[in-house]
Design a protein around this ligand. Structure first.
Ligand SMILES: Nc1nc2c(ncn2[C@@H]2O[C@H](COP(=O)(O)OP(=O)(O)OP(=O)(O)O)[C@@H](O)[C@H]2O)c(=O)[nH]1
Ligand SMILES: [Mg+2]
Ligand SMILES: [Zn+2]
Length: 310
């Protein structure tokens, strides 16, 4: 399923074959309360010809390989699945307009680790501010990153003139052959990236308010688009204000840190949240098994689950 609009689900049937076609479907009653989200693999019955004015029915949702979830805030027990079956979470952050918010990045990293997705940091608008300070802050985490900018010709990272688009090319390399989902605050440039990557995407992008520099939630629903040459999929999502993490299990987060997970298994008391005095990871680091910067970063991520959501 690649897009949903007012109860109508757009599905791609027989992808990659000569019979590939878009089919519009509705939920069948037998689905019950089960949600269908972008990225889901579904079974269709009824008219699956894809002809105009035809409507198929979704009767089953296949088990998900991954689900990206968030809650409205940290106390909200009701979690929403945003996207299913994605391999990679591209955390899009503008270097300016809007200002980067490291706490939001941290929370999205936690969501990626919890979902078992590979995170990628995408720092946009490098034409407005230097990427170096933010890159340095995230270096201990070892999260891969790319930096993009608008070139003088108005194209993203000089993509328009066929030169100087190193950042965009690097991004293409990371996206190749997988299903990736772009997340981030409104106005950071997610749809702009999608338009640069998928020539006929025609995603609406905001006209930034010159006073606030803020986008106005231009994209209103998630959509999956195939990259040129069938080289993977990219999912554009609407900007979110917060990324509630009520559902996250800290054990999933530490499992993303191999060097520290081993120490936690050996040295920590049961159910350690790794934030208290009796945590065994300080000694693990003192003994030279991992760096202090790594532990500090892990603790910052774990702590990002506490307090006010951003
Ligand atoms: N200077 C500069 N502006 C950019 C860059 N990338 C995007 N923008 C601008 O930022 C504004 C917001 O871009 P969008 O692509 O609509 O942002 P979005 O993340 O899709 O926003 P939502 O759909 O609201 O979540 C637009 O005016 C873009 O032209 C960049 O690299 N440099
Ligand atoms: Mg958008
Ligand atoms: Zn511990």
């Amino acid at each position: 399923m690649i897009a949903v609009d007012r109860g109508r689900y757009r599905c791609l049937v027989d992808p990659g074959t000569d019979d590939e076609r878009g089919v519009t479907a509705m939920r069948a009653r037998e689905l019950g309360r089960k949600g269908v989200v972008v990225g889901d693999r579904v079974a269709l019955v009824g008219d699956v010809s894809g002809e105009p004015d035809t409507l198929a029915r979704i009767v089953r949702v296949e088990p998900r390989r991954s689900s990206l979830r968030r809650t409205a805030d940290d106390t909200d027990p009701f979690e929403r699945i945003i996207v299913a079956n994605a391999d990679q979470l591209v955390i899009v952050t503008a270097l300016a307009d809007p200002e980067p918010r490291p706490r939001m990045i941290d929370r999205q990293l936690v969501a990626a680790y919890d979902a078992g997705m590979d995170p990628l940091l995408c720092l946009t608008k490098a034409d407005l501010a230097d990427a170096e300070p933010l890159v340095a802050e995230y270096a201990p985490l070892g999260v891969p990153y790319v930096v993009t900018r608008r070139g003088e010709d108005g194209g993203l990272d000089g993509a328009e003139d066929g030169g100087g688009d190193a950042g965009l090319d690097e991004l293409r390399g990371h996206l190749s052959g997988r299903m990736s989902v772009l997340v981030g605050h409104s106005g950071v440039g997610k749809s702009t990236l999608v338009n640069a990557l998928v020539p006929d995407a025609e995603r609406a992008v905001s006209h930034v308010n010159a006073v606030t520099g803020r986008g106005r939630h231009t994209s209103s629903s998630a959509i999956a688009l195939e990259l040129p040459g069938g080289d993977g999929w990219i999912i554009d999502t609407p900007g979110v204000r917060s990324f509630g993490l009520a559902h996250v299990d800290p054990a999933h987060v530490i499992n993303a840190f191999e060097d520290l997970a081993e120490g936690a298994a050996e040295r920590c008391p049961p159910h350690c949240d790794h934030l208290q005095e009796n945590c065994g990871l300080d000694a693990w680091v003192d003994d030279g098994h991992a760096s202090r910067a790594r532990l500090d970063s892990l603790r910052r991520l774990l702590a990002s689950r506490e307090g006010e959501p951003e």
